[in-house]
Write a protein that binds this ligand. Structure first.
Ligand code: C2E
Ligand code: CA
Ligand code: CA
Length: 559
């Protein structure tokens, strides 16, 4: 055990060294008891051997054989040699046999050596501050080992592990069960890494493994997968069965990561991503390109899934008219349910991928249809309103005006209710056929809005080229409408232009009452923004629409 402890210590497996240290201590006590007996008489020793079941750990040679648990340890000339096999005895049974004369002469020296070994190991164990629950090394110890390694040619990899939903185990089964899970996971970790790897409990339900010598990501990832699989086996606690699961981050030391703190942080970053991507998985700290590629890949899958399984929905944001005889309008804004969280995603997180993958067309068709369906329902209540639908340039082909007309007809909606919004950016590369399509569309009675006005290069030339009924001033200008002279001047200039070009002006992103007053004073025709109302589901918008309509009808009657 002394030797095993020493080997473990060299490999930084301090938890193991610690266990051997304790065994050595027990052994030493036994040793002393025997030695006392021997000093008095040789006979009690032999009687002790017989009394302990007559085990045959007997050796002819001038040496001492100790069988403890299932290991046979031969101590020869003051050094311990481990041999395989040996009789399996009950715990703590020790069998001694040898020529007593030489034992006596060696005993004092043996005891001194053992005592020194004990002191050294105890010292080391103290310094490594073993975690009492799991027997794993401490944060400090792993960091020390990493510090020693980091100068080496291939320092290695680190794996950061975090148990998923561990809090729930604690809550539902109690802290004792939680401790059992942690101890069991520590065991599984121990079995799934190499002897030379250092295992540490990093905190609560977090663990860290240091794998010296691993230099390529593939090998490190494979090691992490082994760990993940080991953790994921079913575990029984009383009558309950638990399947632990872990999120894992991997980082490999390299030129760009020659600093221990950076390496640990990198593994942690990868771990965070593993959690964000749905837990129970291994993520590698790597280049950002790979990250972006993954996001695109995942987003495309989510978009296709949403298209096939009804994962899209529309929210409607009110657009408030400044003139009392104009009806309230709504802008339809797309939402996609997040396959990972079940929450709703905004278009900013998926529109770019939709465009790249050619999915913008089918999604746009769905949006148009869903918006017109909602408009059809509202129209049947007799409440007047306008409805704006965002369209991407990729939807704008010669067939688009017919598609719009057919969709409107299908849901019994008048063309004059509909506004098609196109951002300035999306029109930058519009060709003549697309301009012609807009002209066609407009001739059917549908109005055209130029969205995010002022954000694209040469905004004024757009007014000349496209048939435009409404200009929506981008929220970045509206934000400064009260305090920034330039923003103020730009909004005023657009309103001036509107008189010449005959379009309406809507101020986007109105968030304060000052902005609301200011856009009205400057002569805008309508306002949209969180102050007036946030985007809401169709039913909630319908309610807003009818309440407002009734309120206005009542105040008109009393006036
Ligand atoms: P947008 O057309 O300019 O729509 C207004 C965006 O500003 C919405 O974000 C809305 O939630 C947000 N917003 C409204 N009022 C305020 C405010 O007071 N303060 C701030 N900070 N934000 C406000 P959302 O829904 O995330 O949409 C983002 C963009 O995605 C839209 O900008 C539009 O360009 C595009 N989009 C939305 N739905 C569709 C769609 O069905 N098809 C296409 N092609 N694009 C869409
Ligand atoms: Ca818009
Ligand atoms: Ca806008």
């Amino acid at each position: 055990h002394e030797l095993l402890a020493e080997l473990a210590r060299r490999d930084h497996r301090l938890d193991e060294a610690f266990r051997h240290l304790q065994t050595t201590r027990c052994l030493e006590d036994e040793f002393r008891a025997r030695a006392g007996a021997l000093a008095e008489d040789r006979v009690p020793l032999l009687a002790a051997v017989d009394g302990r079941g007559g085990a045959d750990g007997v050796d002819e040679a001038d040496r001492l054989v100790v069988v403890l648990e299932d290991r046979e340890v031969v101590i020869e000339g003051g050094r311990a040699v481990i041999e395989g096999g040996g009789a399996v005895l009950d715990d703590g049974q020790v069998v001694l046999e040898r020529r007593v004369e030489s034992l006596e002469s060696n005993l004092d020296e043996r005891t001194r050596e053992l005592e020194q070994a004990l002191i050294d190991l105890r010292d080391l164990a103290d310094r490594s501050q073993l975690d009492p629950l799991t027997g794993l090394a401490s944060r400090q110890h792993l960091t020390d080992v990493l510090n020693e390694l980091i100068g080496a040619p291939s320092p290695g990899a680190v794996i950061a592990i975090d148990l998923d939903r561990f809090g729930r185990i604690n809550e539902t089964l109690g802290h004792e069960a939680g401790d059992t899970v942690l101890a069991e996971v520590a065991q599984r970790l121990r079995r799934s890494v190499r002897p030379r790897d250092t295992l540490a409990r990093w905190g609560g339900d977090e663990f860290m493994v240091l794998l010296p010598g691993l230099r390529d990501l593939a090998a490190a990832t494979a090691a992490a997968e082994v760990v993940r699989t080991a953790i994921t086996a079913t575990l029984r606690i009383g009558d309950d069965e638990i399947v632990p699961s872990a999120s894992i981050g991997v980082a490999v030391a390299g030129d760009s990561m020659a600093d221990p703190a950076a390496l640990l942080r990198a593994a942690d970053t990868a771990l965070e991503r593993a959690k964000a991507l749905g837990k129970g998985r291994v993520e590698v700290f790597g280049d950002e390109l790979a990250d972006d590629a993954r996001r695109r890949f995942d987003t495309e899958a989510a978009l296709r899934h949403a298209l096939d399984h009804g994962g899209f929905e529309l929210h409607f944001q009110p657009v408030h008219p400044n003139r009392p005889d104009e009806p309230l309008a709504a802008e339809a804004l797309l939402r996609m349910s997040d396959p990972r969280t079940g929450g709703l995603l905004s278009p900013g997180s998926f529109l770019d991928v939709a465009e790249e993958t050619g999915l913008a067309r089918p999604i746009g068709d769905w949006v148009l249809d869903a918006a017109c369906a909602a408009a059809g329902t509202w129209a049947r209540t007799g409440v007047p309103f306008h409805l704006a639908v965002n369209v991407s340039a990729s939807q704008l082909d010669p067939a688009f005006p017919d598609l719009v007309a057919a969709t409107l007809a299908r849901h019994g909606v008048e063309a004059s209710i509909l506004v098609i919004e196109l951002t300035e950016h999306s029109l930058l590369e519009a060709d003549d056929a697309q301009v012609a399509a807009l002209v066609d569309l407009r001739s059917t009675g549908v109005r055209i809005a130029l969205d995010d006005f002022g954000t694209a290069y040469s905004s004024l030339s757009h007014l000349r080229r496209f048939p435009v009924d409404i200009v929506k001033i981008d929220q970045s200008f509206v934000a400064g409408i009260c305090r920034n002279e330039r923003d103020h001047a730009i909004v005023r200039a657009v309103v001036d232009l509107a008189q010449t070009f005959h379009f309406q002006v809507i101020a986007e992103g109105v968030e304060t009452t000052e902005q609301l007053d200011q856009q009205r004073r400057l002569g805008c025709d309508g306002a949209q923004g969180f102050l007036i109302g946030r985007p809401k589901p169709a039913a909630a918008f319908a309610e807003l629409l009818s309440t407002r309509f009734m309120f206005e009808a009542l105040s008109a009657r009393s006036a």
